[in-house]
Design a binder for this molecule. Structure first.
Ligand SMILES: C[S@@+](CC[C@H](N)C(=O)[O-])C[C@H]1O[C@@H](n2cnc3c(N)ncnc32)[C@H](O)[C@@H]1O
Length: 204
């Protein structure tokens, strides 16, 4: 069975991801973290293009329910609003469809709580694509930075997303800017466009 998705926010990023992740493709013992999995499109891409070694793993965090924020965003953008149950069962089916159920740990809940349960310094990459508020992007980034190994990659989606021009803190950009400012001595920026990708360095 092929994976099935009802939306696509991910495919435009594939050319950059192919380049950035090329040195990691197929390597053993990689552990990636994703905040915001939805139907699993980005997760399935990682599992079939980068985390292909049998020892590599992906931890996926998602609330899998319709938050006030997602209802407001879907209404503003005129998007369909599937239920949390529908989204979660499509995620499960898609992970099975790519044969990766043994590689994926699904954690259901808010990233701000669940990230604190994960081991520090243990991930090779974290993808921040959950709640879009500036506060969430900032706190997800801070918590993920400590979860990364040195040289690990932190990917922020939606840096230029501006769904709420009248309420800038409902968009992630200023949270990501704050992260880049306050942690500039602990990161190297390797890509800065619609997504921002940084590499964790030793503290300077
Ligand atoms: C844009 S979608 C993710 C898209 C996915 N990465 C892809 O490429 O198809 C954002 C996801 O973040 C989840 N989310 C929103 N707020 C969250 C939070 N506080 N903690 C964890 N997940 C959250 C939503 O349930 C939704 O599934």
């Amino acid at each position: 069975m092929e994976p099935h998705f009802t939306s696509d926010w991910f495919s435009p990023h594939i050319p950059v991801w192919k380049e950035v992740f090329a040195p990691m493709e197929g390597k053993p013992d990689l552990h990636f973290l994703e905040i915001g999995s939805y139907e699993g499109r980005s997760a399935c891409w990682l599992l079939t293009n980068v985390l292909t070694h049998s020892s590599s793993r992906l931890t996926c965090i998602d609330i899998f329910h319709l938050s006030e924020e997602s209802i407001e965003t879907s209404t503003r953008l005129n998007l369909a609003m599937p239920s949390g149950e529908e989204i979660e069962s499509r995620f499960d089916a898609n992970i099975r469809a790519v044969g990766a159920e043994n590689k994926v740990t699904k954690l259901k809940g808010a990233s701000r709580e669940l990230l604190r349960t994960l081991p520090l310094g243990s991930f090779d990459c974290a993808y921040v694509d959950g709640s879009h508020t500036s506060a969430s992007a900032l706190i997800d980034g801070i918590l993920c930075l400590d979860l990364l190994k040195t040289d690990g990659l932190l990917v922020f989606d939606d840096y230029r997303w501006n769904c709420f021009p009248e309420a800038p803190l409902k968009n992630p950009g200023s949270g990501i800017d704050a992260f880049l400012t306050f942690f500039k001595d602990e990161i190297n920026i390797i890509h800065n466009d619609y997504q921002v990708i940084v590499r964790k360095t030793e503290k300077r």
